[in-house]
Write a protein that binds this ligand. Structure first.
Ligand code: HSE
Length: 309
C-alpha cells in the first residue's frame, strides 16, 4: 500500500440559483492540490499552507484536519498523516475553497487506508470540515467536490446525496472578485422565514432544473435558474451584481446567480462559444471597477477529486 498520494480537488458552485444548501456542481478551471503521507506519530500534521499562509494549521481548526479526523474517528484508527496543501482557491471566494481542502483530504486518506469507504460515504466526512469554516455542516460544495457533476443533497439526517452527470455542452463562467465574504456572515443575512408563494416558485425551479439536467434540455435549465429567496438578500455584498447578471443574460447565458455565498458569480451556458461571449461580457462590466478579479470558463466537471500520483 502506498505511503503517500497527491490529489487535485476541484472548485465548485453551490446553491445553483434555486437550490440553497441542496445543490452544487464541480468546475474544471480551478482547484487545490494536496499531498498526504502516512506518518508514524499517530497525529495529523499540517504543513504551512502554500498560497494562503494565514490559514490555521492546527488540525482541529483546519478544514482538512477536521474532515480527516472525522473519518479516522469513524474508522477507529489512529493513523497519523502529514498534510501538504497547495491552495489555489482563495478562502471566502464562494467557489468551495474549504470543501476542496476537506474533500481532497478525505479522498487521499481513504486511498492510503485501503479504501474502507465509498466516495458517497466520504461526503459525510468532507462535510464536517465545513463546520470549521462556516459553523454549519452543509454538503452542497462537499458533495460535488468529492463526486463530480451536479449533486442534490436530498436530506441531511441521514445524509442522502444524489449525483447527476452534467449534460455534455453545459459550460460555466465564474467571475471571482478578489474580496472575501465569510460564509458564516453571509448566512446571518438570511431571513429564517420563507414566504409560501416564493417557496412554491423555488421548488418548481428546483424540479425544473433537475429535469432539465436529466433531459439535456438547455432551455428548461435556463428557465429554472431563478432564485426567489436568497439572491436578493445577499447580492448587496457583491459589487456590480445586477450589471454582471444583466450582461451575462444579454450575452446568451442560460442563467446567472451568486456562486455559494459569494462574492463569485456564476453563469451557465450552452456550448463553449456562448461561454466565451458571456465571459467577455462579464469581464467588460467588472473591468470598470478597481477590484481585481479572475474569470474561469470551463465545462461543468463530471469528475470530483482526482488522484494525480
Ligand atoms: N449553501 C452555502 C451557503 C454554501 O450559501 O451558505 C456556502 O459556500
Amino acid at each position: 500500500m502506498n505511503k503517500s498520494i497527491k490529489v487535485f480537488a476541484p472548485g465548485s458552485v453551490s446553491n445553483v440559483g434555486c437550490g440553497f444548501d441542496i445543490l452544487g456542481f464541480a468546475i474544471d478551471g480551478i482547484g487545490d492540490e494536496m499531498v498526504l503521507s502516512k506518518n508514524d506519530s499517530n497525529k495529523l500534521h499540517i504543513k504551512p499552507i502554500e498560497g494562503y499562509d494565514n490559514l490555521p494549521t492546527e488540525p482541529s481548526k483546519n478544514v482538512a484536519g477536521v474532515a480527516i479526523q472525522a473519518l479516522l474517528d469513524d474508522l477507529g484508527s489512529n493513523q497519523g498523516f502529514d498534510i501538504e496543501i497547495k491552495k489555489n482557491i482563495k478562502p471566502g471566494s464562494g467557489i468551495g475553497s474549504s470543501s476542496a481542502s476537506a474533500a481532497g483530504a478525505v479522498v487521499a486518506a481513504n486511498e492510503l487506508l485501503g479504501k474502507p469507504y465509498s466516495r458517497e460515504e466520504l461526503v459525510n466526512f468532507a462535510m464536517q470540515g465545513e463546520i470549521a469554516a462556516s459553523g454549519d455542516a452543509h454538503a452542497d460544495n462537499a458533495a460535488p467536490t468529492v463526486l463530480g457533476g451536479f449533486c442534490i443533497v436530498r436530506a441531511y439526517d441521514p445524509l442522502d446525496v444524489i449525483q447527476i452527470e452534467s449534460p455534455k455542452d453545459l459550460w460555466c463562467v465564474v467571475i471571482h472578485p478578489q474580496i472575501e465574504i465569510k460564509t458564516k456572515e453571509a448566512r446571518k443575512l438570511l431571513s429564517p422565514k420563507v414566504d409560501l408563494k416564493k417557496a412554491i416558485r423555488q421548488w418548481g425551479n428546483v424540479a425544473g432544473l433537475i429535469s432539465g439536467l436529466h433531459k439535456s434540455d438547455y432551455n428548461l435549465i435556463g428557465r429554472s435558474l431563478e432564485d426567489h429567496i436568497v439572491e436578493k438578500q445577499r447580492k448587496v455584498l457583491i459589487p456590480e451584481f445586477d450589471n454582471l447578471k444583466q450582461a451575462a443574460l444579454e450575452a446568451g447565458a442560460l442563467g446567472c446567480s451568486i456562486s455559494g455565498s459569494g462574492p463569485s458569480v456564476f453563469a451557465l451556458c450552452e456550448g463553449e462559444d456562448k461561454a466565451k461571449a458571456v465571459s467577455s461580457a462579464m469581464n467588460e462590466v467588472f473591468s470598470k471597477t478597481t477590484i481585481p478579479y479572475f474569470i474561469y470558463t470551463s465545462q461543468v466537471s463530471n469528475k470530483g477529486v482526482r488522484i494525480l500520483e
